[in-house]
Design a binder for this molecule. Sequence first.
Ligand code: ZN
Ligand code: ZN
Length: 421
Amino acid sequence: MNVELHRFTRPCACGHEHKITVKGVWIEPGAVSRLGKLLRDYKHPVIVCDANTKKAALESMKDYFAALEVLEVTGSDIHANDSYVEKVQKCLDGEADVLVAVGSGTIHDLTRYVAYTRGLNFISVPTAASVDGFVSTVAAMTWHGMKKTLTAVAPMYVLADTDIFAKAPFRLTASGISDLMGKYTSLLDWKISHIVTGEYYCETVSRLEFEAVREVESVLDQIRDGNPACMEKLMYALILSGLAMQMIGNSRPASGAEHHVSHLWEMEIINDYIDALHGEKVSVGLILCLEYYEKIRKAIEKGTCKVVDGRAYETELLQETFGAKGKYQDALEENDPNLMEGLDLADLESKLPLIAQELAALPESGRMRRLLADAGCVTRMEDLGMSADKKDLTLRLCPYVRRRLTLLRLAKNFSFPGSLY
Ligand SMILES: [Zn+2]
Ligand SMILES: [Zn+2]
């Protein structure tokens, strides 16, 4: 399938002209056979991979691996962080004029960042349908211990070869399913922020993503069985989510409170290192957020949700947590200026019914947990080696990892029986 990108760049009802920098996306068996033609005008292409992703792609790409220079990132626990970026920068041939990322999320983030710093184009060959970031213009990085979204470059082309990604270990695919299901709360957070603050929102982009998520949701059984056509639907939805970020110009449509949970745990502020995939953490984050959002909705509907003033930073809490890891100043800097500074509490109160209305469209948390569990995804903190008694602290702290308004952040102004505040 050749994804028809021109569909997304037509003049939009939101008034913006959405831009997509990626020039072509193919999701099909044998997609990598197109690589030769795409590399024709380059003198020195370099494949960036790691041992696992090389193994995954080798059969389909053996001629390319034999003919091109290969930069195999080595290490026992490869991450998109400052030290691995340095490693890739050191190993990358100065003559390289185009990069080919053969891998999943981490290899893509390393490649897109290094490509950006060197002013190079890159081509994406995803080896698993494990994340939605393949076509992202930004790299999700841990930079000196803080989660950062760094400016990078999107791939020029994506060659998603079903012969490669449909054979990925199921754990990676399950992670992709979870990353995708996380869009329920990311899109909700975006809409709520639009309702409360007037933040720019595009109904078309939101609907596109929503439909792709629903489509995947309807074939989860077949994805679990490894049905290639359904795996392609998952890959399409993940790539679409990345395209949505390009169209909006940031990760707003693809990352909300559920991702903030994941980022908080990755920063190891209140926990030790968690050996889990991105989507696995998002999966649990999604369930935690859905459960809390459900409580908010019920309280609003019952009339027991009171608006209180929770706009100020929880300085003491931040000092005790981020501060204990030497990250208090970093946390303040990330959050400056305070997102809720200008928030009108009376206005927020008047919008509670609208918020409840949006929340009513979310999938029920118990149903989502079953759906994900049946699909082979992680759903509980314990599955990640996280103690469940860190749940409340996670929900209170995670809105501070990124300066982006979510309902979870706004809910610091909500008090109801069973609320965190
Ligand atoms: Zn639009
Ligand atoms: Zn994600």
